[in-house]
Design a protein around this ligand. Sequence first.
Ligand code: KIV
Length: 272
Amino acid sequence: MPGYLVEDTRKVTTKRLAEMKSAGKKIAMLTAYDYTTARIVDAAGVDVVLIGDSASNVMAGNATTLPATIEQMIYHARSVVRGVERALVVCDMPFGSYQVSAEEAVRNAIRIMKETSCDALKLEGGIEILPAVERILDAGIPVCGHLGLTPQSINKFGTYAVRAREDAEAEKLFHDAKLLAAAGCFAVVVEKIPAALTQRVVKALPIPVIGIGGGPADGQVLVIDDMLGKNRGFSPKFLRRYADLYGIMTDAIGQYVTDVKSGDFPNAEESY
Ligand code: KIV
């Protein structure tokens, strides 16, 4: 059944996501950064819309997510929230907005919630950011964790290769996931880790585990520009392309250019 024929049209909540995990129903999560796309993503039946700081890459053309600012995330999140009726809307806290202190983290979290009306926030990291996660949860803000290949730490990793292949890193990730769940996070994203480790985490955690490059999990997330094939240069093994928007858009825009230059557009019916 296509996603857009979802039977349950009620607003998705963190409680519903927990019920979906218990019932063995998979969760579909996808990024969006603007109003028009958010409307389409929501209408197509996506359960969770993420305003990812991947906006720094795909919207702004930066090499990493590190330059994303709170103001930029708020701008994107406000646009997305206006376009979504059903999905749970989660906004990434950008690099630098939660690492300095738990105090500053909760202040920034409250600002993002107030100024965007999104439903929840996502933070990258485990035990290192636990005090920040706990303070934000104490403020009544739902938090989604993010472990494995956490792009805000790319300069520490030095590579976008698969994480947690070695026992020590795998054990740390497993421990971090349990800490985040015990703290009260409503879900955890695991990025680019071995499928067997994802399965361990899925089985151990009472909350949904959402994978990206982590094999089967309680749900999956992708960056919308990647799965729609807008960027032909990015093709990691985990990415399934559902369209070739680069090709479709180039053909359409090329045709427009041809029609304008030939004088074919606008014709009499397209004129007042
Ligand atoms: O920023 C983002 O889009 C993300 C997803 C890749 C999980 O964090």
